[in-house]
Design a protein around this ligand. Structure first.
Ligand code: ATP
Ligand code: MG
Length: 542
């Protein structure tokens, strides 16, 4: 199938019919990603494993029973439709059960990252006025200094009688009537990653499950007999929706691994569970590349499709995967507020152009617009904008923040804050976030192209590029570089890297300053926070 055939054969009507509940009347994510598959007692939903090697296998039937118990438990605690329930756990089954149960009673789920420290947790709990926080003792330790309102329940050894999560829910019935929610009722408040400042609580409707269907089906390219491993954390839109609950809504099996990222471990999991579909963030793929193909080839990897999202994917990494596994990584673009909207489609035979994010998702209307809100010509840079009047739109605004919501929308367009251009074939090429664009001596420079060029040098493992204030040029390009293990920082190497980029790109894009560092500031989902690097430079130059 080519891309045009995919578009021609696509309709939302057909997508809607693949779900159980009639969208016009009711639609509930908890039902769609769990109960609808539970009649078959042997259908496996989740293979679970942790870093210590403990394993468990969950059928859809077991997921249904346990989430029903939790739904009844939440009800008994006074949680009602529309209330907020936060989850602060790692990739634990308790967390997955909590999410499904929250949806089943029509309440709103609020994801937290276990990587968050106390202030980040407190900020989110207060911002959305959470009724209940589901967590465990290990996580709760870091909350000691935060005064958690007493009505918040801290589970697993933290309930009044000290019972575990499973002991607690076990006293409730495994029968539960799922709340017949409306398709536009809120289901999740997902905080944005905070790449550009304070995270905002994006409210999603239950419809997000429907709207994400084409992406997961055609972009990630899930097939009915797949075992999928999406490594992203459940605290992040990509991990929660695209790596976990949309795949479950197809009735396939997924792997949930609780443990920190480690290249060798990932390869061994892919082999052990015979994973056929793999998704992760660019930072993970870059690390896998830095270990070279000798390690990769030690394992019997059966993955047929690789997906990446959340940050620009460098061409070098795409080529490494093609050479090592015979298959490119397919890059996908989206935002918390929009879902995945520009993709390389794993189910098509479209050409993957390394470094490009691909083509618009079927059923979405996406444009590149100028500052007045008019579409720009092919080849010109514009801001990526999404039509809010088209069917898949599921964003209900930022929780409690009408001003920020208003800023985000111009006419019928939702503004992503990202700049891109389209080539003659319609492919989107990421230029950078509008805030990250460097303005030097009259040139506008996107950091991504410079970073990708740096990564092609054998010494460079990772790079972040920002504009550093400069009295004559306005800004100069400055690069922060993490070296591969066998290289040592030196002035000569810094100079060599500058010249390397100059010879590959142009004389206005090369970094005039190169600083070697051990780590880059990142969000818990692994995105480089260039605004923090910029803030440091400004303080330093004052
Ligand atoms: P915040 O809005 O709080 O500053 P954030 O925008 O990083 O944080 P997310 O919604 O998680 O929060 O991320 C969406 C952003 O990630 C996009 O706006 C874009 O800048 C970047 N992004 C996502 N996928 C890609 C991709 N494939 N290539 C380039 N950039 C991407
Ligand atoms: Mg954003």
């Amino acid at each position: 199938m080519n891309y045009q055939e995919l578009l021609d054969g696509f309709s939302w009507e057909k997508v809607v019919k693949t779900f159980d509940w009639n969208v016009q009347e009711k639609f509930n994510m908890g039902h769609e990603c769990c109960d609808r598959w539970a009649d078959d007692p042997n259908r496996i939903a989740i293979y679970w494993e942790d870093a210590e090697g403990n394993t468990d296998v969950w059928t859809y039937k077991r997921l249904k029973e346990q989430s029903n118990k939790m739904a009844n438990a939440l009800r008994s605690l006074g949680v009602q439709k529309g209330d907020r329930v936060a989850g602060l756990l790692g990739k634990d089954m308790e967390l997955i059960i909590t999410v499904i149960a929250t949806w089943k009673i029509g309440a709103i789920y609020v994801p937290m990252f276990t990587a968050f420290a106390q202030d980040a947790i407190k900020y989110r709990l207060e911002d959305c006025d959470c009724k209940i926080l589901v967590t465990n003792q290990e996580q709760a330790l870091k909350l000691e200094k935060v005064s958690i309102p007493s009505q918040l329940l801290l589970m697993d050894g933290l309930t009044a009688d000290g019972s575990t999560f499973w002991e607690f829910i076990d006293s409730f019935s495994d029968e539960h009537q799922t709340e017949p929610t409306n398709v536009m009722d809120p289901s999740v408040i997902q905080y944005t990653s905070g790449s550009t400042g304070m995270p905002k609580g994006a409210a999603w409707a239950h419809k997000i499950l429907l709207s994400s269907y084409p992406y997961v089906r055609y972009g990630i390219g899930i097939e009915d007999d797949d075992t999928m491993y999406g490594g992203a954390d459940l605290g992040w839109a990509f991990g929660l929706i695209n790596c976990t609950f949309v795949p479950l809504s197809y009735g396939i099996s997924i792997l949930v691994y609780k443990g920190s990222f480690n290249v060798e471990k990932v390869y061994s999991l892919l082999e052990k569970y015979e994973v056929t579909n793999f998704a992760y963030a660019p930072t993970a793929y870059r690390l896998m590349m830095s270990y070279g193909d000798d390690l990769a080839k030690k394992y019997n990897i059966r993955v047929k499709k690789f997906s990446s999202a959340g940050e620009p994917l460098n061409a070098e990494v795409v080529r490494f995967f093609k050479d090592t596994f015979g298959r490119e990584i397919y890059d996908h673009y989206g935002c918390t507020e929009t879902g995945m909207i520009v993709d390389n489609f794993n189910v098509t035979d479209m050409e993957v152009k390394p470094g490009s994010m691909g083509l618009p998702s079927p059923g979405f209307n996406i444009a590149l617009i100028d500052e007045d809100g008019n579409p720009v010509e092919k080849g010109k840079v514009g801001q990526i904008a999404v039509d809010t009047t088209a069917f898949p739109y599921f964003f209900l605004g930022y929780w409690n923040n009408p001003e920020k919501t208003e800023e985000k929308i111009k006419g019928k367009w939702l503004l992503t804050g990202d700049l891109a251009r389209q080539d003659e074939d319609g492919y989107f090429w990421f230029e950078g976030r509008a805030d990250d664009i460097i303005s030097s001596a009259g040139y506008r420079i996107g950091p991504f192209e410079v970073e990708s060029s740096l990564i092609e040098h054998p010494a460079v493992a990772e790079a972040a590029v920002i504009g550093k204030p400069d009295p004559t040029k306005g800004e100069i390009v400055k690069a922060f570089v993490i070296l591969n293990p066998t290289y040592q920082p030196s002035d000569e190497l810094a100079n060599e890297l500058s010249l390397f980029v100059k010879s590959k790109l142009s004389k206005h894009q090369y970094p005039r300053e190169v600083e070697f560092i051990d780590s880059l500031p990142k969000t818990p989902s692994g995105k480089i926070q260039r605004y923090l690097l910029r803030a440091n430079e400004q303080t330093a130059s004052r």
